[in-house]
Design a protein around this ligand. Structure first.
Ligand code: FES
Ligand code: FES
Length: 178
């Protein structure tokens, strides 16, 4: 990573990372967080800022496939690594199965927690395609939701794990249209 100095003598760093499949570079300060790099430099505002203390999970992204609170990762630490944000989840104009399931199950209310929830759930299903309900709850345990009470979120993740993205395929499960 190349270190530079601006006119006032402040050190900055040239970082290169792969974001949603594209190589991106930026010049950042030593204390720039990955959240701010994504939002302010790359305009990827789907990554939300909440507590900025590592407590709420609204800033969750995947770093080399693992969910992290991007407010707790420095941009310089992400140099040379692979980042997936919520903008990189849909492909070819189609929602990912998890996104579709969240919509179908009414698992989105204000939506502020949703990008982080989806990315935590995505990481879970990648490493464990058939999680139990406690495993789902544990995987999203760092993602706080003030609106939904979590029931529909857990159902939405469970439905994808069981291949039931469409709510019509869910006898006995209560859901609301998003
Ligand atoms: S904003 Fe990062 S954990 Fe809350
Ligand atoms: S839907 Fe509002 S915080 Fe989760």
């Amino acid at each position: 990573m190349q270190a530079l100095q601006d006119r006032s003598g402040v050190k900055r760093y040239l970082v290169t990372l792969r974001v949603n499949g594209d190589d991106r570079t930026a010049v950042v300060k030593a204390n720039t967080t990955l959240t701010n790099l994504l939002r302010d430099e790359f305009d990827l505002t789907g990554t939300k800022k909440g507590c900025e203390l590592g407590d709420c999970g609204s800033c969750t992204v995947l770093l080399d496939g693992k969910p992290v609170d991007s407010c707790m990762v420095l941009a310089v630490e992400a140099d040379g690594r692979e980042v997936t944000t919520i903008e990189g989840v849909a492909a070819n104009g189609r929602l990912d199965a998890l996104q579709e399931s969240f919509v179908n199950h009414g698992a989105v209310q204000c939506g502020y927690c949703t990008p982080g929830m989806i990315l935590s759930a995505k990481a879970l299903l990648t490493r464990n395609p058939c999680p139990t309900e406690p495993e789902i709850r544990e995987a999203i345990g760092g993602n706080l939701c003030r609106c939904t009470g979590y029931v529909h979120i857990v159902e939405a993740v469970k439905a994808v794990a069981e291949g039931r993205v469409s709510p019509e395929d869910e006898p006995g499960v209560e859901w609301m249209k998003g």
